[in-house]
Design a protein around this ligand. Structure first.
Ligand code: SF4
Ligand code: SF4
Ligand code: FES
Length: 486
């Protein structure tokens, strides 16, 4: 047995004006789960504590709570000394019990077709990964799109696809999903990352439903325009001046001996809309011994098409991009757009390694920049944090230049085709982000994705900088101070 300290969210709407936290010390066995600790509190200390549980084996979903801020199943998460246990971020009925009624109602149920048919093996295989949902609603509790628009949410979208694939169901689930907000999902991947059953809802349900919607002619008009632009120009962005690729040499040699050689996949946004930011990144790489090769034949990675279910042209883009880098004999390709990086890593099968610029700079190390007298907050791009699992590297770089004040890692609203297809939803999400930014009191917002940077720039009065631009500011300050001394 061991003693652990547990902090528990308490709220009884019948007697409490507002929620509060209660501290307990409980005796639990080694390896005890959070549910054991809650049960011990209830049985030995405070029988008024309310929480749900049923199977106690990760099968029913009823015990979902947040442990240290992260949604999960109380019966599966290990009880840790000092942990805080809170309800899911949903309307609270009492203590750790949340109101699930609205969400249970939105889950589509099978409408029997009346014929004795069963799914064939191929359909059954497709349905299998969607079937393991235990209706815990961890995913719904973290979905940002549901906060700002009528969207039935990830669990419901998963169910829509499951029923669409099932020949025993008679309804048109694709049209139903579209009318229940299918295109409001920003592909932020928060739902997948907290799902205790590991159901990859954005890629395995939402993008698949969007592809089926495309076959039915239900793609949003603005998404069709983007796809047309990619087919005609190889780019998903209308250029606003000369592009990064037009203005760059084929190879940028480093100052001093080369520590590494990488190919640079620039991406549509940095190429056509924010080329100055990409040039800042080149300066930082050059100063830190990285040789950069820039194949000019590269095109859009295909992410705007994949995320919106328009996959017909994607193989052509993949082949052109892979050929462009393979022809230069490159074994490492660098990305600085989180969306491109995630797409190259997860949707391509590349014969080369793909690394985000934060990985490259932390792997090879950077010359220390001057510290700047500013407080910055960092916006985690969804496709960097959840798409590529890159969390610590940007922070390691930023803290070499400035003081960092954290804010919650939530989507800004620019991804998944939402900014182009449903701008009002994207703007509402950015407004939420703006409030988080203001709460930090930071002077500058720093990020590492052109879509996030551009979108946040439009919705905040604080300057928004790319990480490499911030580092370059630090180098310029360092050079300025050096010049003054000499
Ligand atoms: S990917 Fe993000 S926006 Fe889309 S359903 Fe999941 S949590 Fe919601
Ligand atoms: S999809 Fe995963 S997180 Fe969402 S309700 Fe089902 S099991 Fe829970
Ligand atoms: S009690 Fe059933 S999943 Fe935890």
């Amino acid at each position: 047995m061991k003693k652990i300290h547990v902090r528990v969210f308490r709220f009884d709407p019948e007697s409490d004006e507002k929620p509060h936290y209660q501290n307990y010390v409980v005796d639990v066995n080694e390896g005890a789960r959070v549910l054991h600790a809650l049960q011990a509190i209830h049985d030995d200390i405070d029988p008024t504590l309310s929480f749900r549980s049923c199977c106690r084996a990760g099968q029913c979903g009823s015990c979902a709570v947040r442990v240290n801020g992260v949604p999960g199943l109380a019966c599966m998460e290990e009880a840790i000394d000092g942990m805080t246990v809170e309800p899911l971020d949903l309307p609270v009925k009492k203590d750790l019990v949340v109101d699930l009624f609205t969400f249970l109602e939105t889950l589509p149920r099978i409408q029997p077709c009346g014929e004795p048919i069963v799914p064939d093996r191929e359909k059954a295989e497709l349905i299998k990964p969607l079937r393991s949902c235990i209706e815990c609603f961890c995913c719904i509790s973290v979905c940002p799109a549901m906060d700002v628009t009528q969207f039935d949410g990830p669990a419901a979208m998963r169910q829509e696809l499951r029923l669409e694939l099932d020949p025993r169901d008679r309804k048109d689930r694709v049209t139903e999903a579209v009318s229940h907000g299918l295109f409001a999902c920003t592909s932020c991947q928060a739902c997948w990352k907290v799902c205790p059953k590991g159901i990859e809802i954005p890629g395995k349900a939402i993008e698949k439903l969007r592809a089926l919607a495309n076959k039915k002619g239900l793609t949003l008009p603005r998404h069709l325009e983007v796809a047309q632009l990619v087919r005609e120009t190889g780019r998903s962005i209308v250029r606003t001046g000369s592009t990064f690729l037009e203005d760059s040499p084929d190879t940028i040699e480093p100052n001093g001996p080369a520590k590494a050689t990488v190919g640079f996949f620039v991406g549509c946004m940095y190429n056509g809309r924010l080329p100055a930011t990409a040039r800042d990144a080149m300066e930082v790489l050059k100063r830190n011994g990285i040789r950069v090769v820039i194949p000019k034949e590269q095109v859009c990675c295909g992410s705007p098409l994949i995320r919106t279910g328009q996959t017909g042209f994607v193989d052509t883009l993949k082949k052109r991009n892979i050929d462009a880098f393979v022809s230069r004999n490159l074994d490492t390709v660098l990305t600085m757009c989180a969306g491109c990086g995630s797409t190259l890593k997860r949707d391509y099968k590349t014969p080369f390694r793909v690394m985000d610029i934060n990985e490259v700079l932390t792997k090879f190390g950077i010359e220390p920049p001057a510290r700047l007298p500013v407080k910055v907050t960092y916006h985690d791009p969804c496709h960097l944090l959840r798409g590529q699992g890159i969390r610590d590297e940007p922070r390691e770089l930023i803290t070499q230049v400035a003081d960092l004040v954290e804010m919650p890692s939530v989507c800004c609203g620019s991804g998944g085709g939402v900014r182009s297809g449903m701008p009002e939803v994207a703007a509402a999400l950015a407004e939420n982000r703006k409030k988080e930014i203001e709460r930090t009191g930071a002077d500058i917002v720093v990020s590492s994705c052109p879509f996030c940077e551009f979108h946040i720039m439009e919705h905040t009065d604080r300057p928004v900088r790319n990480i490499t631009s911030l580092i370059l500011d630090g180098y310029r300050e360092k050079d300025r101070k050096k010049a003054m001394v000499s």
